[in-house]
Design a protein around this ligand. Structure first.
Ligand code: IDP
Ligand code: MG
Length: 153
């Protein structure tokens, strides 16, 4: 099983899309193993977006991510990183495919949701937002019916 970090960004919270966004991931078989509402600070934003901090557009990203509370989650499932990215859609809402979260609910840079872009990023990002005891291991009743007995899952 793989884990990934998801952020339901401040614009999604303000637009009342928490449930909608979570449902998209749940429908696709992702298990919530960590979840909290938090106000992201400048310091946390800079750590999380370390790869973008030196870019000219970064001040706008930081303002966006800190303007109000976000929900941060750890989602678990087979191929969680890739599945979450495909459910999210590509970065900008005007280009994202209809059927994806960004494609259906965003028309530009306010793109509602973050998902880690690799297993390595996921490990780094989960560490920024969650302590070990905030991530809970538990069994899902429907796992057999989602994934069968595949030992690689
Ligand atoms: P991702 O969220 O699809 O992984 P990234 O390239 O990692 O996309 O960018 C992180 C976030 O920064 C994006 O989700 C978007 O909100 C914002 N962003 C990315 N590129 C730009 C840009 O060129 N101008 C303004 N904001 C940007
Ligand atoms: Mg990214």
């Amino acid at each position: 099983m793989e884990r990934t970090l998801v952020i339901i960004k401040p614009d999604a919270i303000q637009r009342g899309l928490i449930g909608t966004v979570m449902t998209r991931f749940e429908n696709k078989g992702m298990q919530v193993v960590g979840c909290k509402l938090m106000q992201i600070t400048n310091e946390i934003a800079d750590k999380h977006y370390a790869e973008h901090v030196s870019k000219p557009f970064y001040p706008r990203i930081r303002e966006y991510m800190t303007i109000g509370p976000s929900i941060v989650m750890v989602l678990q499932g087979p191929k969680a990183v890739a599945i979450v990215r495909s459910v999210m859609g590509s970065t900008f809402g005007d280009k994202a495919q209809p059927g994806t979260i960004r494609g259906d609910f965003s028309n530009g840079g306010f793109n509602l949701v973050h998902g880690s872009d690799s297993a390595e990023s996921a490990a780094r990002e989960i560490d920024i937002f969650f302590s070990k005891n905030e991530i809970i291991n538990y069994d899902m009743a429907n796992v057999l019916y989602l994934y069968g007995n595949d030992p690689t899952v």
